[in-house]
Ligand binder design. Structure first.
Ligand SMILES: [Zn+2]
Length: 302
């Protein structure tokens, strides 16, 4: 039996089987959990938001810096990023990364409620704006009952992709660091409380975490559990992680289990590889050929 006949609706998996004849592992790899630093200024590249390194400052913060500037400072202090003058130079040359947590958390609940009401996979993109250092979210085009396709613009020169919002102008200074979508109830079956094989492939191709929110049960306004498909950078992550937190329901930041998804996405994107641009291009061609709906941007050059 072919892969296609097992999952007739599974575009990503069909493409994935086609593009990855060696079969990328989708199941849990059993690899160890990555441990994150607990102090020091953590520096991320202005151009692609990849992690560059950290100093030994007492506090914990996240900062954007031009990678060449970072290397120049590191070199002039012989690699000693615990030198007080090196730390001062790095801080002076970088910008603090901030989190638009209210917008992001509201969007997570919007996904949960919209997906539950309509039965479609509503989606948002998580991004960092390199010019402001702000991590926030924008709405994407809603998908079908069992699929949501990320619309992105590739920037191969900088090794990143920008999200194409459904309801606001594009901005190529936005670096995609993750995608979130709802998993509504299925009229023809059971929606599992986990990520789909398609989600895992999307994470591997984008090299960014893909999150899903349970929207198959509970009325609008109730919290939904959050799961994640991982890009498996260097085997530090297993394929999926479940029940990372919840949307905030009607309780706002007082809710139990509110999850800092923006920081989580930055950390994972920061140590993953570049997106697989060739795979993304082929998927997009396949997807557009299979959909009667027009692309939001017909003139897109990819
Ligand atoms: Zn999914």
């Amino acid at each position: 039996m072919s892969v296609k006949s097992v999952w007739p609706s599974s575009l990503w998996l069909v493409i994935g089987a086609f593009l990855l004849p060696a079969c990328a592992p989708l199941g849990p790899s059993g690899a160890s959990q990555h441990s994150w630093p607990t102090h020091g200024n953590q520096y991320y590249n202005y151009w692609d938001a990849k992690y560059l390194g950290s100093d030994s400052a007492d506090q914990l913060s996240y900062r954007l810096i031009d990678s060449q500037t970072f290397e120049d400072i590191r070199r002039s202090y012989n690699g000693a990023l615990d030198d007080p003058n090196a730390i001062r130079s790095l801080v002076d040359s970088s910008r603090l990364i901030a989190f638009d947590s209210t917008r992001i958390q509201a969007d997570l609940q919007w996904i949960k409620d919209s997906s539950a009401i309509t039965g479609r996979e509503y989606q948002v993109y998580l991004f960092i704006d390199r010019t402001t250092g702000l991590i926030s979210s924008v709405h994407g085009e809603p998908g079908s009952n069992h699929d949501s396709h990320p619309y992105i613009e590739s920037d191969r020169n900088h090794g990143m992709v920008s999200p194409i919002p459904a309801d606001s102008p594009r901005n190529t200074n936005r670096i995609l660091i993750g995608q979130v979508h709802g998993h509504p109830a299925r009229p023809d079956g059971v929606t599992l409380h986990r990520m789909s094989p398609d989600d895992s492939l999307t994470a591997v191709f984008l090299q960014a975490p893909i999150y899903a929110i349970d929207a198959m049960d509970g009325p609008p306004g109730t919290p939904g559990s959050i799961h994640r498909a991982n890009p498996d950078p260097g085997g530090d992550f297993k394929g999926q992680d479940h029940y990372l937190g919840k949307t905030w329901g009607v309780s706002g930041f007082q809710a139990d289990g509110v999850f800092n998804i923006g920081l989580n996405a930055l950390r994972i994107w920061g140590i993953s590889r570049q997106p697989n641009f060739e795979a993304l291009r082929q998927i997009d061609q396949f997807y557009m050929a299979s959909q009667p709906r027009r692309h939001p941007d017909p003139g897109l050059d990819r």
